[in-house]
Design a protein around this ligand. Structure first.
Ligand SMILES: CC(C)(COP(=O)(O)OP(=O)(O)OC[C@H]1O[C@@H](n2cnc3c(N)ncnc32)[C@H](O)[C@@H]1OP(=O)(O)O)[C@@H](O)C(=O)NCCC(=O)NCCS
Length: 164
């Protein structure tokens, strides 16, 4: 198997922050880059550490389990579901199914932990990204939450029931 996914220890928070910033708002492109929509870095080392300490767990993919972190995702148990957050794939490796691999990992993880629902949020107007989640079985709930420091921008809440 090319991609091995494992839990990220807290001393690798910096690697997660750098990857997330490159994926969301870096200069290296990527089909979902949001640098034109939201200014500034997506996160920070302290932000990632805080998420790990107080909220949930990060998981990351490395090629054959070694070398640089190429993808990462956050999972947090909330209201009987797992919230999937900060999904990030190295821009140069996007559109090669690594994003789907991470989403499938989240589903397997939830099922192993007897949780049957996944939720996530997508920034409004990121239609191609929402369509990608829709093709994976996610549905808009109709709920929105404000984007932190987002000048009034809203995040759309999506969910998937793993029982089909
Ligand atoms: C979203 C993200 C994780 C996807 O990762 P990825 O490795 O590119 O995903 P995959 O290769 O598995 O899938 C790419 C999909 O995009 C589609 N795609 C590629 N280029 C596209 C484009 N320009 N417009 C629309 N769709 C496109 C592909 O057809 C493919 O769809 P399919 O899986 O239904 O066949 C990645 O783009 C990323 O890190 N984005 C920045 C951070 C982010 O926005 N995270 C999500 C926040 S909700």
């Amino acid at each position: 198997m090319r991609w091995i996914v494992s839990e990220v220890p807290i001393d690798e928070a910096g690697e997660v922050a750098a990857l997330a910033n490159r994926a969301y708002r870096g200069e290296g492109g990527g089909w979902t880059n949001e640098a034109h929509l939201v200014k500034g870095p997506r996160t920070s080392v302290d932000g990632i550490r805080e998420m790990m300490a107080a909220r949930g767990r990060f998981f990351a993919a490395r090629e054959h389990g070694v070398g640089p972190m190429r993808a990462a995702v956050f999972l947090e148990q909330r209201d009987g579901a797992y919230y999937v957050g900060m999904l990030s794939v190295e821009p140069a490796l996007q559109d090669q199914r690594l994003g789907r691999t991470m989403m499938q990992y989240c589903e397997s993880f939830a099922q192993e932990n007897r949780v049957a629902r996944l939720t996530l949020t997508v920034l409004e107007s990121r239609d191609a990204l929402e369509a990608w989640y829709t093709r994976q079985g996610y549905r808009a709930t109709g709920a929105t939450v404000p984007l932190l420091h987002g000048n009034g921008r809203q995040l759309r809440v999506l969910e998937k029931d793993l029982r089909g």
